[in-house]
Ligand binder design. Structure first.
Ligand code: PEP
Ligand code: MN
Length: 338
């Protein structure tokens, strides 16, 4: 249920309503908007009608059910779009945020070179995997903690915040020590214990859509992070599996306007994994921005032909820089900056 407070309610009134919600066995989540404060009361659906009695309080305007199964992620609870802050970077504002870097961190030289070049081209977040989810157990699994240290060094050199994947609850602490944004990969979008654990860190979370998750399932995964008390969730559409096999996945750009309608969370697009081929990345990056995405995440490698993972979909730094100029023109056409 959402408890909508009258404009001008005091902090004491908000606290009083929260205490009453707790006494009824629900968890209150206070969302302060520009115009009014609403409190989402989440918990067991059975018996939620009891919360209606809060309407008798002076400060409560109305108590209404949240119709969507994802509650805190829903626009019903928060109509204003959420902005996720990572240092000076704002995801979900007017500016399109471009996260770029290698699929995997492979060496000090590789990550430092890419970091400098993507920064010069206008990227504001550095990506790079240290723990890699690989289909084959014989494939390169990532440099692990050594990779995290190299990313931290690249941040020191360039000032770019870092997004990197965490795959297991046991590794959340060590990844969170180095990362600015914790990436939950497509294969882990429904790893609910991992979602609860990253929620506890209160760090921004980049939640990729699974290759076989519906939009509703994806938003329910976001709900795990929000319900755990971490409001800093960024969604990422990265392609779903369909019958089409001329590209690695099918980048579902329908998802962008749908997600924008259903939730207040920012959403970015990953045209690298979505297509699986560097030649198609630019077209889908531009399409993603045109469709209303708040940002892009793009794989860039100094020598894609030698990459230890995802070389075929990685752009060379100069191609990335040229692409950025053209994506910027699309951003301007849809009233955004880049
Ligand atoms: C990645 O970002 O390199 C990655 C493994 O992505 P996904 O989880 O979308 O496959
Ligand atoms: Mn990759």
């Amino acid at each position: 249920m959402i408890i909508v407070l009258r404009a001008g309610s005091t902090d004491a009134e908000v606290e009083d309503v929260c205490r009453r919600i707790e006494r009824m066995g629900y968890h209150p989540h206070t969302i302060r908007g520009e115009l009014r404060t609403v409190i989402g009361a989440v918990g067991d659906d059975r018996g939620k009608e009891r919360l209606k009695s809060l309407e008798s309080l002076e400060c409560v305007e109305v108590v209404q059910p949240i119709l969507q199964p994802f509650k805190l992620a829903s626009r019903e609870v928060r109509s204003e779009s959420t902005q996720v802050r990572v240092g000076d970077v704002v995801v979900g504002g007017r500016r399109i945020v471009v996260m770029a870097g290698p699929c995997s961190v492979e060496s000090r030289e590789q990550v430092l070179e890419v970091a400098q070049k993507v920064k010069a081209a206008g990227a504001t977040v550095l990506r790079g995997g240290a723990f890699k989810p690989r289909t084959s157990p014989y494939a390169f699994q990532g440099l692990e903690e050594e990779g995290l240290k190299l990313l931290a060094e690249a941040r020191r050199e360039t000032g770019l915040p870092i997004v990197t994947e965490v795959m297991e609850p046991e590794k959340v602490d060590v990844v969170a020590e180095h990362a600015d944004i914790l990436q939950i990969g497509a294969r882990n979008v429904q790893n609910f214990s991992l979602l609860r654990r990253v929620s506890e860190t209160r760090k921004p979370v980049l939640l990729k859509r699974g290759m076989a998750t519906s939009i509703q399932e994806w938003l329910l995964s976001a709900e795990y992070v929000l319900a755990g008390g971490n409001p800093h969730v960024i969604l990422c559409e990265r392609g779903i599996r369909t019958f089409e096999n001329s590209t690695r996945y099918t980048l579902d750009l329908n998802a962008i306007p749908v997600v924008k309608k259903l939730t207040h969370l920012p959403v970015i697009v990953d045209p690298s994994h979505g297509t699986g081929h560097w030649e198609y990345v630019e077209a889908m990056a531009k399409a993603g921005v045109a469709a209303g995405a708040d940002g892009l995440i793009i794989e860039v490698h100094p020598k894609p032909e030698e990459a230890l993972s995802d070389g075929a979909q990685s752009l060379k730094p100069d191609r990335f820089a040229a692409m950025m100029d053209r994506v910027r023109r699309v951003a301007q056409a849809v009233d955004r900056d880049l």
